[in-house]
Design a protein around this ligand. Structure first.
Ligand code: ADP
Ligand code: ZN
Length: 739
């Protein structure tokens, strides 16, 4: 480390008086090990957090002045100078601490973490979007019919964009431009969605006593303006959202910004509508599908403190809130909060870290909290609020298992007679039903009846999934698609390829045969590809234009469909196969969420689980509704072996183009594995997805007691092994997926 004033006493020729040139560390948004030192030229005075332009490989890059000197060994005379200090608001200290924290915890390069927080393109200033209003002094020209329609559509209210105005008036954009040229319209800044201030004092729904108590506790946590974590644990339909919106209201009263993380923002149209009902304006939205312009404007509005409430996917955690007053993680048990590519982090856990670093309360919301969260409650680290009843006297649905050994479906079919009968009853009463199967496409496997050949992905250790409507076989891991071949590629037999097992497409076909009059809607990521499609689907269901919904895990999200009274789970055993650490926990959570869609209003709900093992603890817990007991038993099974949440895990995933290279590197890592009391290393072993996108994969798993941090062990371990070119070692701290 070299102090910045090393060349003490040297005067800056012609520089600002008293300014001493020195070196400063600059973190660049790339996966380098740390910041680089740069020389501060005369006349510049960059401070930690400032955004600066610096030379890097003959280019100029935007970086952030970091805190600790980098201490890189570049001698003073070889240092390159900072080119400019940008006029943008500096990165806040709490954000810099957060970036360092995430990098240290996940072992990701700090620059790569910073890249998530620094949207370089957001720095480019651009004018706020402009629209049109009536010109103040309107020239008295004779108006054409089209122009009159434009003025009528515009009214006296807010300005509107060219596109919106043209659409409303039923004219072309040229008409609008012509009117602007003629002085009939004047340009005006458009209000951005999400940046209007919600009114916290607009009355919300009248809360029940139970809801009032919970919301009062949350409001107090917000008003305390300090760090705390509260778990809001309420049964499905108990009004958790209404309750935490009261905490958001309190945060707004405090004049601070609130962040709400949702696992799948694209499926959250009902949430957004509810927010608007409560606060009369829309929140700002943040996810990966935004246009770059909206992204830029949103990022800047957040930085300027002008987006009072942001609802977003996990990446919203890295938005530059100057003073966040509340972070809510809804459906905290969802694995969608774990980011698996790039920086591998768990947004729920990092939300808690972010809240701590900026001294704000965090609220974790779920009907089925994760065991990690429950353990934190039991250890006294988190506080728990419970809502044990559904709102408005609605009862929790009755859940029953259908034993498929006793009630087998017809040959080649997948819906058992008791489920078919229940569907029939439901439609007869004019109510809605839902069939849940967490599998896209028509069939998960295609087999040749003549030679037994199975259609496999050329790039992955995975079967190809038939998508009959598209006449394709697809790999759900790498995206490979091919047409369904006319003959078996192995033996050449004709008409021998047979679909094995069901996906939602096949269930839809079966339902159509059985109930031709029922209006069907398939909800899967390929049929409901984006926010608009999801909103449309939800509206169709709400308007009772649909009798039967058939869907993948998309249907398990927080939907509220008041007329839905029957949920059928086609294959309740599906998630238990393959069995990773959390298979049982996750299956209970998912099926409980799906079940929670039934009977949310007056008419009681019913849930039928098709299973081959009704005696399995997971099925018994769901049927008896004793989730807490199940979770407690699950915890007791993990405790003795120091499995999470009673111990820590980190995975190393070794991958290479050639199997031998992957094996050799994995073997070397295995030999260098840390050994100590309370530390275990499992593997190396081929990953279940042994080949992914053509890369051969091996896994090692480090397990430690809870009181032993994995990061120092991992760092020493990785430093001890030279990984050859072409071999990658990915680190996954607190792994959720073991594929
Ligand atoms: P959860 O998030 O716990 O599943 P929600 O917040 O979605 O429950 O509430 C379920 C339904 O009940 C929603 O339509 C919600 O608007 C309604 N609701 C909940 N609490 C109230 C209340 N106090 N007054 C009126 N409607 C309520
Ligand atoms: Zn593949």
């Amino acid at each position: 480390m070299r102090p910045a004033d090393r060349k003490r006493g040297r005067r800056v020729p012609g520089g600002v008086s008293g300014h001493v040139p020195g070196r400063i560390p600059v973190l660049l948004p790339y996966p380098f090990a740390g910041p680089f030192d740069y020389r501060v030229p005369a006349g510049l005075d960059p401070r930690p957090g400032d955004l600066v332009l610096v030379p890097l490989n003959r280019r100029e890059e935007v970086g952030v002045v970091w805190d600790a000197p980098a201490g890189d060994p570049v001698p003073e005379r070889k240092l390159k100078p900072v080119a400019a200090v940008l006029e943008t608001p500096p990165m806040q200290p709490a954000m810099r601490r957060f970036i360092d924290w995430v990098a240290a915890y996940t072992l990701a390069p700090p620059g790569e973490v910073m890249a998530m927080a620094l949207r370089i393109n957001a720095l480019r200033p651009d004018a706020p979007p402009t629209g049109w209003r009536r010109a103040e002094t309107m020239l008295e020209t004779r108006l054409t019919e089209a122009r009159r329609r434009v003025l009528a559509a515009l009214g006296e209210a807010e300005p509107r964009s060219t596109a919106a105005l043209a659409r409303a008036a039923g004219v072309g954009a040229g008409v609008i431009r012509g009117m602007a040229d003629a002085g009939l319209l004047a340009p005006a800044a458009l209000p951005l969605p999400g940046f209007a201030a919600p009114d916290p004092d607009q009355p919300g729904p009248a809360l029940s006593a139970e809801q009032r108590n919970a919301s009062a506790a949350l409001r107090e946590a917000v008003a305390a303006r300090g760090f705390s974590v509260t778990v809001l644990d309420g049964v499905t339909g108990s009004g958790k959202t209404e309750v935490y919106l009261e905490a958001v209201a309190e945060c707004l009263r405090q004049g601070r910004q609130a962040l709400v993380l949702l696992p799948e923002i694209a499926l959250s149209s009902q949430w957004l509508e509810r927010f608007e009902r409560r606060f009369a304006v829309a929140p700002a939205v943040w996810h990966s599908d935004l246009t770059s312009r909206t992204r830029r404007l949103t990022w800047r509005a957040v930085a300027a403190g002008q987006a009072p409430v942001v609802v977003g996917a996990r990446s919203a955690l890295f938005l530059p809130f100057p003073d966040p007053g509340l972070i809510v993680v809804d459906e905290e048990h969802e694995t969608a909060f774990k980011q698996e590519d790039g920086v591998v982090y768990h947004a729920r856990d990092m939300a808690v870290v972010r809240a701590r670093l900026c001294e704000a309360p965090a609220v974790l919301v779920s009907a089925t909290p994760s065991l990690e969260t429950v353990a934190n409650v039991e250890a006294g680290r988190y506080r728990r609020l419970t809502l044990p009843h559904r709102h408005g006297g609605a009862r929790l649905p009755e859940i029953a298992a259908i034993d498929l050994r006793e009630h087998p479906p017809e040959r080649g079919k997948f819906l058992a007679p008791p489920l078919l009968a229940a569907l029939e009853d439901t439609f007869a009463r004019g109510e809605q039903a839902m069939l849940f199967l967490n599998r896209r496409g028509y069939a998960p496997l295609t087999l040749c009846r003549a030679c037994g050949h199975r259609m496999q992905c050329p790039n992955c250790t995975a079967w190809l999934v038939e998508h009959r409507a598209r006449r394709q076989l697809a790999c759900h891991h790498c995206g490979h698609v091919e047409p369904i071949p006319p003959t078996c590629p192995a033996c050449g037999a004709e008409h021998s390829l047979t679909p094995v097992g069901p996906g939602v497409e096949r269930i839809t076909e079966e339902a159509a045969e059985r109930f031709p009059a029922a209006r069907r809607l398939v909800m899967a990521s390929d049929t409901v590809p984006g926010p608009q499609a999801a909103a449309q689907a939800a509206h169709a269901i709400e308007a009772r234009e649909v009798d039967l919904i058939i869907g993948t895990q998309i249907v398990a999200k927080g939907w509220h469909f008041p007329h839905l009274t029957l949920v059928g789970v086609v294959d309740a055993d599906l998630g238990l196969a393959g069995g990773d650490l959390r298979a049982a926990e996750r299956t209970v959570q998912l099926l409980h969420q799906v079940a929670g869609r039934a009977g949310r209003a007056e008419a009681p709900g019913r849930v039928l689980l098709q299973t081959f093992s009704p005696e399995h603890p997971v099925m018994r817990a769901l049927v008896s509704g004793s989730l807490d007991t199940f979770m407690a038993e699950e915890a007791e099974m993990r405790r003795p072996g120091h499995w999470p949440p009673f111990g820590r895990l980190a995975a190393l995933i070794v991958s290479a183009d050639h199997a031998e290279d992957a094996d050799r590197a994995a073997h070397d890592l295995g030999r260098a594995a840390p050994s100590a009391e309370g530390v275990t290393v499992l593997g190396p072993a081929p990953a279940p997805l042994a080949i992914l996108r053509g890369r051969h994969r091996r896994r090692l798993l480090l397990k430690t007691r809870r009181d032993i941090a994995v990061q120092p062990l991992l760092r020493r371990w990785l430093d001890a092994v030279a990984v050859p070119r072409g071999v990658r070692v990915d680190v996954d701290v607190d792994p959720v997926s073991f594929l």
